[in-house]
Design a binder for this molecule. Sequence first.
Ligand code: AMP
Length: 564
Amino acid sequence: MQSVALLMRACQRCTACLLHHQPWRFLVTGISEVDLPRITVPHKMQSRLQKIRQRQRQDQPTIKKSVFKSPLVISCKRGNFNHHRGQTYNDFGPQALASYGWKSRKSAGDYFTVVCHDKNPALASEESAKRFEDLHLDESLVKAVHSMGLVVPTNIQKSGTPAILSGGSTLCAAETGSGKTLAYLLPVLTMLLQRRTLRGEEEAVNSPSVIILTPSRELADQIMRVVETLQQHVDFTAYSVCGGRGTKGRLAWPVRRPMDILVATPGVLRKLLIAGQIKPSGLQHIILDEADTLLDDSFMDSIDRVLSRLKIPTLDSGVSGGRVVSPGGLDTSDTGFIGGVQFVLVSATVPRALPDSIGAYLPVDALQQVTSPGLHRLMPHVPQKFMRLLPSQKSPELVKLVRSEVEKKAGSMMIFCNSSSTCFYLGHLLEEHSLPAALINGDMTEKSRQGVFERFQEGRHDILVATDIASRGLDTINVRHVVNYDFPNFVSDYLHRAGRVGRVGSHTSGLVTSFVTHKWEVDLLWQIEISVRKSADLHNVNANIKRKISAEYAKRHGTTLDAL
Ligand code: AMP
């Protein structure tokens, strides 16, 4: 009883526990229940609580726990958002998305993964597999690809080769890493070898038959490496020239030799054309590798200037180097000889924007579109994880991720960010944690950028931190993990970055991890998630190139193409 009295004394000092000691009080003092003090919750607080409860009920996912037996396509931290192959939704609304609440900071810590749910769409199925021998390519080229260890052409090589061999201007759009370089090089070289005898040696001096334009020196170097491999078996000449500092010096570049192929970035090519070092008279094929980048705002002006310097016959000029160009722009004979200039646009996405200039040069009527069904979709054969983080969590999470990859020695890693300053910052951050990384961004001097990618490809660097400059076209078959430290601004950037893994010929299966930290990044993520859940194409990647060119042509020439 003494201890009860002690307890009571202690308790009475505390108003908050009145409710708790009431039974004691009743027991010890015998005060009736009627005398007990009442605690009333203020009305305002009650209604606030009610509202919170209501909101919590609404936020509860409307979809029931999945009972699907088909393979998993999206695996979520909150299992009730999982998505299975073939799963459909009666009433597909934003609330069906795992990332629905990700605009709120409270969602930090949530994640979901689009798991590997199909095979690489770039690879031809066993039944439909054609051989390189069946593609009407020059025999020496077939031998060359065999010596590279390639046996079966990829889908884009199978469908792109006949289209390009027909001589028509062609858009080849297929997934990243699907073998597009050979898809255009093999048919173009076949035509070049067939025409060889038609050009005198003096005529060919500094006058390339084929110009390949690329957005970056790294891609130009990579194309040259494929070209050089083919040169070991086939007799043709190829040169490469890229921009950057020292271009002036390079204007004393004329090789004064017959030139079959020139690989160049647009800026330096324009300078060489202005200086008269390159003669455009022998041009037969112009290839825009990574056409979506070359035709967007960043390169539009350069490309326009190059094309006007190249004096490519426009559709209305009707004249090409003394040859009459048919309204379709092309004169295709059995030998594949072309009357005008054949455009080949090569891209991993159908270009989202076209410059004002291109419509005046491209023989739109002859533009054949060779596209792959897997285009503008997430790669089904590569797991892609999306993590909702707070901005302050990004750096530690990255260090953790990089460290675990380095410890596993699983393969090399590419980390993408949206600006050069972040790229430099991440370089320092990783260095501080004894995780040295190579960098590539547009603000680096040409000298410091030179050879970085090549060394990364050779495995001399394990980690590469880069801006989108390194997301286009570069062949990265040793890369195992792509990390989007900054979530990309455009869906095409996402596809290009993710495409650094899961490439044809890759040694590892690959993985993509994306950090999502800001409200404005979530809209793009919703687009991606919806496209996977609905097995539909991603929006805003697919610009109708033909319609756009036609409209531009009509604007410039006051007549529609149909009227030609
Ligand atoms: P690309 O898309 O041209 O950058 O090529 C991506 C990778 O696919 C390169 O490493 C090529 O060597 C490889 N590749 C190209 N064609 C084939 C093929 N037919 N079979 C296997 N690998 C290929």
